[in-house]
Design a protein. Structure first.
Lengths: 270, 270
């Protein structure tokens, strides 16, 4: 397997950064992640838009133009000869002489095996837990997942699939996924603010023939919902049937999540 | 200059981590930082206590015992032949196969030139700015400084020395320093919660013959203070004479900061 580092392809096991990088010193950097399916990358422009937007916000210049970066990504897929894969692009704060000031970013592109949710998970739905927290810069795809990684112990101890953040009664997002709810009025809603705007979330919000809204979603909305599901690039849509100790609806995945998943797959293949 | 990486000394320029480390992937890790003066490390036990405490909280086992780690630190100082230095110990989340789960931590110890505040700074005092924010895990010395690093642009644009965090009217800390205030009642106070408990702060709180309290400190307390100063391992005590556009006291460093600095230096050399 090859990776790409700044300006060259190299074997994945040889991709190292010096410890003076601000990612190591100060957890400072951004990234993005997308999938290739049959050698094609659905919604690539959306992921690239977000990557360059995060980079600019975080004061990290990208050494490659969009066109150059796109060529690198497709060349990486070709070199690795895998048609289905996850691609991660990380842009770090660079080698900082004083360990605090932003320097020239390092660009690291790595390819990963793509693991989609199992059919059992889609048929039975999953349990999630909740945690009182809001990320410090939710709109930016920064590498800071301190709380998310730290909570994995709780997720496992509860035999859960993921953890939902909430604050002051409002829910926001999972560490790596967005939340959707079919609320008590039968509306399909997703939290509007304090969330990373996922590309899968964006695509669901714009599905034709369905009304899906971004608005305030409370923890009560979640507990009283007929259906709850999470979305992400690799997970697409996963039904949630339990939140902490509360069962959602009748405890089984419902018709809305099924319909959205099938519309989303169509859109990916369009 | 040498560094130490996991179990060996190596030239500082050869200390690299693989990009799969959770520090690079998820900004996950802890550190500590202390100084050697004339080859001695003041308050070493305090720094070690905090390092092992942060590591435990963040679910990162330290491969070396306190005794072994102490020996490594002194051997590093000896190898580098510099009597005055800053020593940084970073413990990362390790090489994570899935880029999210904690793995076996990497331990990185690096030595740095020690730069103390200039005498001009101590005589004239500095300006700071303020920012509405609270760190997500202030008690842990995690490597996450996303907001602090990001704010450096504002600090420089304002020609300031540092930035003070506040939320809901209460001040907490600087990204890398603690805050002290001589309030309108003449009491010397420092924020009690939502702060990293600095070793310099701890030493000032326990100075004999002085009453210094950890309590709630508001932004109003700061603006109405007769003296304000910040503290850290390398900076010791730096007087603050301007907060955003407001001048503190008579705009000059006062007698309390001077006295505390001299008591602290005595304690360091004890």
């Amino acid at each position: 397997m090859y990776s790409f580092f700044n300006n060259q392809f190299l074997p994945a096991e040889k991709a190292f950064v010096h410890v003076s990088d601000l990612a190591v010193q100060r957890g400072y950097g951004i990234f993005d992640f997308f999938k290739a399916v049959n050698g094609k990358i659905p919604f690539l422009e959306d992921y690239f838009n977000r990557f360059y937007r995060s980079a600019e916000f975080m004061q990290l210049p990208v050494s490659l133009s969009r066109e150059e970066l796109k060529n690198v990504v497709y060349e990486l897929l070709q070199k690795n000869g895998v048609a289905d894969a996850g691609i991660k692009m990380v842009l770090t704060g660079g080698y900082s002489p004083d360990g605090y000031e932003i320097a020239t970013p390092n660009l690291i592109i790595t390819q990963h095996a793509l693991t989609m949710p199992s059919s059992k998970m889609l048929e039975q739905g999953v349990k999630i837990i909740t945690h009182e927290f809001r990320r410090e810069m939710p709109l930016v795809k920064s590498i800071n997942y301190t709380t998310g990684v730290w909570l994995q112990r709780n997720v496992k101890a509860a035999n859960a699939y993921d953890v939902l953040y909430h604050l002051n009664g409002e829910v926001s997002e999972f560490p790596r996924c967005n939340l959707f709810v079919v609320n008590a009025n039968g509306e399909v809603v997703t939290p509007a603010i304090h969330v990373l705007e996922g590309i899968t979330r964006k695509n669901i919000l714009s599905l034709s023939g369905m009304e899906v809204k971004a608005t305030t979603v409370t923890l009560t909305d979640v507990l009283q919902a007929s259906e709850v599901f999470l979305t992400s690039t690799t997970k697409r849509v996963v039904p949630i049937v339990q939140v902490d100790d509360a069962v959602i609806g009748n405890g089984k995945p419902g018709p809305v999540v099924q319909r959205i998943l099938s519309e989303l797959v169509k859109k990916e293949n369009a």
